[in-house]
Each structure stands twice: as C-alpha cells, then as structure tokens.
Design a protein around this ligand. Sequence first.
Ligand SMILES: [Zn+2]
Length: 355
Amino acid sequence: MRVTPFDAWIAAATGRSGHSGQTPDPARLADWQLAALGRSLDHARSAPFYRDRLAHLPAGFPDSLPAFAALPTTTPEELAASFPRFLAVSQDAIARMVTVATSGTTGPPKRMGLTDADIEETLDCFRVVMAVTLAPGETVLILFPAEKSDSVGDLIGRGMRLLGAKPVFGDPTGNPARLAEALLAHRPQSLIAAPSQLLAALDDMPAMDAARASLRSVVYASDYLSPALRNKTAARFGCRVFDYYSATEMAYGGGMECEAGGGYHLREAQLYFEVLDPDSNAPVADGEVGEVVFTTLTRRGVPLVRYRTGDAARMLPGPCPCGSPLRRLGPILGRINRTGAGWTVGNPDKGRGTP
Ligand SMILES: [Zn+2]
C-alpha cells in the first residue's frame, strides 16, 4: 500500500523544516496551521462581512487553536444572504463566479468567487487527489460537464494534465450506451463521476463489460456515496472505488481516500477542518460524530471562517494504515438535521449539491 500523495504535498506546502523528508509531522503542521489561520483572518477582514464580525480581535490572534475555536461559525445562509460582503478582493480580481442552486429552500442562492490564484490551487488539489489512483501517461474519463471554461469538468481536466495524465470527457447524463462507447474508445484507467451519473450504467451489461475491460478505479465526487453504491460499483465494474470529499465552498477540494479507504486525507495546507457539536459549536473529541466545519487558509477571493458544511462525520486520529501520520476525516455519514430537541444525522442522499 502506498502512503497517500497528500503527505508529500502537505509537507512541501507547509515547509519542510521539522517535517522528515516527505512525511509531515502532525505537531509541526498544527503550528503552521495556527499561523496560517492568523494570516487568513487578517485577509478575511478585507471582506466587509468579516471586517464587521471580527473587528474586535486583538493583534496576533489566534494564539492557540482553542482560542480560534471560540470564534463564531459562518452559515451557508449568511453566505447566500450577504454574498458581495464576503468578497475580500475587488470584483475585477474574481476570475470565476459560481452560483450554487440550493434545493428545497427559498431565498438567494449561494455564490462563490474564485481568483486566478484560487483556481490554480484547486487544479493542484485535483492533481494530487488523482495521483492516489492515476499515473502520468494514463487516461481518465470525466463525466462532469466541461464545455464551459472553468466549469468543474474543465477544471478537473486541467488538473489531470498537471499530473501528466490524459483527460477525456463523457456524456454527463450518464447514458449507459454512451458511457460504454466512451470506455471502449478511450480505454481509461480511471473514471470520475457523481454517484447519480453511474446509477443506470451499473445495471447495464454492455457498460459493465466495457468498464471491466480497462477501468482500475472509479472516483466518486460531489455527492454522498452510500456503502451500498460503493460495493455495487466495485462488484459490477470490477474496480477499486474512491470517495472524494468536496463542496463548492471548498473550491471543489476537501479530501480524498487513500488505498486504505475508510476516511479522507484532508487538504490540510489550504483548509483547516474541525468537527463541532452542532448545539454548542464546541469541537468534539476525535472519534465523536459532529458537524464538519472548515476555515480557508490560503483562499483569496472568498475566505471563509468556521464555515458550516452541514455534513456529519468524525475525525479519525492518525496514523493511517497507508503510513500517513496525519488525521483523516471519517466517511460522511449524512446531513446534520436540526430538531427542536437537538440534532440527528439524516438525509444522506440529499448530498452536498452538485458543483
Ligand atoms: Zn491513508
């Protein structure tokens, strides 16, 4: 089993001093993240929303991670309702504006703005994510729409070229006959898709045969992956299945399973993750289920501070069976459901929204 490529990436991005070779040291990483949180809070206060909310912070804040954990969280509703006030750069510096349709709610949609530098970081993230299962020179079939420049499929394709792999694009509707055709034409080693895009093909014999002829892995992204669909995919397509954790607000990159499975190695040099008790907003102990919350460490366009994802998961302390000493985020268990008397985990299939 290979150690996740996230480790060398994180060690390089956070400075090698204190890390041994390509292996990050968890304590050194925590120190680096604390300093990066301070820089990110300074930058966030360029945005009117955080300038108002975080005006009272003393110089040098935070001096510890518990001090940081006392800050208020940011909700998706706040991002939707006050969007332009979340911009920390001028409108001219935003290279891509993203609108996220929110199902089942009224009110303004969520919006996100990415600068060129933010997009470069996302491409680099895609490169490392797919290095888990794809080697330079190999081919990957992408089902996310890619016609428009900077669309999700286009960004994934550009990340694959950074890896030295060859991206090809398939029919985003998930039509089984067209999927089989693309698999036979390109003979990709890997396939990237949302769970909903493969539902029909997993019951289609020609698509199954075509998948078995070349695929080594399927990487699922953008929505909740149930254990049943994971097992069905592995059995019907005869390949490994990897779950990739992301959200639009994470600029499409959160974490990726390694060959050991069972949790996501996190994008620790760009995002700081916490798992909170949804009632008290206090961090829960490793291993306990709570709401996943993240803070951007290097984002330019729309920095987010303790942003609530609504996803339920637990943090798994390191080391990972793959050899990484770093923590992982356990599989997403579903959505945090607030009730009058507290909270439950439910509605996993509602997912996090397709980017
Ligand atoms: Zn691992």
